[in-house]
Design a protein around this ligand. Structure first.
Ligand SMILES: [Zn+2]
Ligand SMILES: [Zn+2]
Length: 366
C-alpha cells in the first residue's frame, strides 16, 4: 500500500471533540483517519466556533428539525467548519488533484460538493442537494480535532505562510461576508446599513468599506462591537437598545431610507425594523441563520416599497479573494479573534460564544 505519502510522526490516535447531542460535547480519543484516494490528512491548527455551531450546541431547529426544517446535524460527529491546518499526509493523487504538498498551510471551503446534482452541474455548488458541510454531516467530520480529512471533492486553497494565525482563521467568515456584500450590489455613493456586528457582520463592514459607500451605518446591541465596526470602516454606529435606529437612519437619508441593508443578527426581531430602514426599490440581503421564524408585514416588500429581497449562503467563489485581501492588508480584522482556547476548554469556548458580552470569535486550538 504505497498510495499514501505522509510524515512519519503521525500518531495512531488523536483527541477529538465529539458532538453527541444538545449540550453533550465530549473530548474523546479517536483513531487518526487515513486519507483515501484524492483525500488530504490535515493537522488542524485552529478551528473557530461559528454561530451555527452554537445553534447546534443549543439544539435549535437546525439541529433537531421542526415543521419547516429537517434536522440537519448527524451526531455523533466532530464539529467545526472554520479550520486551518497543514497537510500531514496525501492520499493517492491528492497532491496533484488539489495542487498541494506535504507541509503546506491549507483551508477548505465549508461545503464538499457532490459535483453531480443539478446545482453542482450548474456551478451552484454551494447549494448542493447533499449539503455536505464540514462538522454537520458524518461523511465530512469537522476541524475540532487534532487531525481531519479533506475529502476528494473538497475545494482546497493554500494559505501563505506570512499570514497571521488570526487572519488565517478568518478566511472562511470573511469569505461568507464577501459573498453577502456582493449580493447587495452596492453602488458608488450608496447608503449601506449593516445590521448585526458579530464576526460575520464585522467582516461585512470591512468589505462594505471597500465598496466606498456614501455612508456606512452599523447596528448592534453590544457597544464594544460598534467600536470595532467603526475601526473597520463604519461611519456611524447605533445601538438599538439606546436609540430608535429606524428614525436615525431615516434622519440621515432625508427620510428616504438606505439603499442597501445587510442583515446578520440571527435575531428574527431584527427583520421588521430593517424593512422600515430601506428606501423604496432598495435591497435587503439576508444572511442570518435564525432560531425561529419572523412575522413581518409582507406588504412592505411589494405594495409598500418594491424591495429586492436576496439571500446569501456560504462563501461561493470568494475564498481566493478573502485570502488575497487579508494577505495584502486590504482588510485588517484581527481584533475579531477575542479568545484562543485549547480543545479541552471547549465548554468555556461554546458558552463564551453563546453569551457574547466580551467574546466575538473564539478559536479552539487542538
Ligand atoms: Zn461559520
Ligand atoms: Zn451537488
Amino acid at each position: 500500500m504505497a498510495a499514501m505519502t505522509g510524515h512519519t510522526d503521525i500518531p495512531e490516535t488523536m483527541r477529538a471533540l465529539i458532538c453527541h447531542g444538545v449540550r453533550d460535547y465530549r473530548l474523546e480519543t479517536r483513531p487518526v483517519p487515513t486519507p483515501g484516494p484524492g483525500e488530504i490528512l490535515v493537522k488542524v491548527h485552529d478551528c473557530g466556533i461559528c454561530a451555527s455551531d452554537i445553534k447546534c450546541y443549543g439544539g435549535a431547529a437546525l439541529f433537531w428539525g421542526d415543521e419547516f426544517r429537517d434536522a440537519y446535524v448527524e451526531p455523533p460527529l466532530i464539529p467545526g467548519h472554520e479550520f486551518t491546518g497543514r497537510v500531514a499526509a496525501l492520499g493517492e493523487g491528492a497532491g496533484e488533484r488539489h495542487g498541494v504538498d506535504l507541509g503546506d498551510r491549507v483551508v477548505a471551503e465549508q461545503i464538499v460538493p457532490c459535483n453531480a446534482c443539478r446545482y453542482c452541474q450548474r456551478g451552484l455548488y454551494w447549494l448542493c442537494v447533499k449539503a455536505q458541510v464540514f462538522g454537520f454531516k458524518k461523511a465530512v467530520e469537522g476541524g475540532m480535532a487534532e487531525y481531519m480529512i479533506f475529502p476528494a471533492n473538497s475545494r482546497v486553497y493554500r494559505v501563505p505562510d506570512t499570514m497571521s494565525d488570526k487572519h488565517a482563521a478568518l478566511i472562511e467568515p470573511l469569505g461568507c461576508a464577501l459573498h453577502a456584500v456582493e449580493r447587495g450590489s452596492i453602488h458608488l455613493g450608496d447608503v449601506v446599513v449593516q445590521v448585526g456586528c458579530g464576526t460575520l457582520g464585522l467582516c461585512m463592514v470591512a468589505a462594505e468599506r471597500l465598496k466606498n459607500p456614501g455612508l456606512l451605518i452599523a447596528l448592534d446591541l453590544i457597544d464594544s462591537r460598534l467600536d470595532l465596526a467603526r475601526q473597520f470602516g463604519a461611519d456611524v454606529t447605533f445601538n438599538p437598545n439606546h436609540t430608535d435606529v429606524v428614525q436615525e437612519v431615516l434622519k440621515l437619508t432625508d427620510g428616504y431610507g438606505c439603499d442597501v441593508l445587510i442583515e446578520a443578527t440571527g435575531n428574527p426581531h431584527a427583520i421588521e425594523p430593517s424593512l422600515h430602514m430601506i428606501r423604496k426599490a432598495g435591497t435587503f440581503v439576508e444572511f442570518s441563520v435564525m432560531k425561529g421564524s419572523s412575522n413581518v408585514d409582507w406588504t412592505i416588500i411589494g405594495d409598500g416599497k418594491e424591495l429586492d429581497i436576496l439571500g446569501a449562503h456560504l462563501a461561493p467563489y470568494t475564498f481566493p479573494t478573502s485570502i488575497d485581501y487579508l494577505e495584502r492588508g486590504l482588510i485588517s480584522i484581527e481584533p475579531i479573534i477575542t479568545d484562543v482556547l485549547p480543545l479541552e476548554a471547549h465548554d468555556r469556548g461554546f458558552k463564551a460564544v453563546e453569551h457574547p458580552e466580551t467574546s466575538i470569535k473564539v478559536l479552539l486550538r487542538p
